[in-house]
Design a protein around this ligand. Sequence first.
Ligand code: SF4
Ligand code: SF4
Length: 121
Amino acid sequence: METVGLFFWNKLAVLILILGAAILISRFFCRVLCPLGAFYSLFSRISLVQLEFVEGNCVECGACVRRCPTGVVPNKEFNSRECIMCLKCVDACHFSALDFSIRRPPGKRPKVKRVTSLYKS
Ligand code: SF4
Ligand code: SF4
């Protein structure tokens, strides 16, 4: 009977830890605990879709970082294995520094239009 009680308190502690982390950290379960997510992330390097980043357009405003639900820094680690292609960063970027594209062989990538902004000299 005492053993059953010990198991119960252990499980309750784990549950509270996971719930607490899920409240404090965006997509905690998917990013840290989900084995399926870890398996799927292996295929992200050969994904047919990808993010395009135009470094010259980025003004480091951080809007994309604030919108990313998985904690990726899109303008530093675009096409990270943690990226779920939600495209919230593309939506957040008002400087055309991020875009979505179909993966093409190197050398066959289209020219991405560069924009000038009020914040760049
Ligand atoms: S939102 Fe666009 S301009 Fe701002 S940091 Fe991200 S990529 Fe750069
Ligand atoms: S597509 Fe979504 S998950 Fe991927 S870097 Fe952008 S905001 Fe983050």
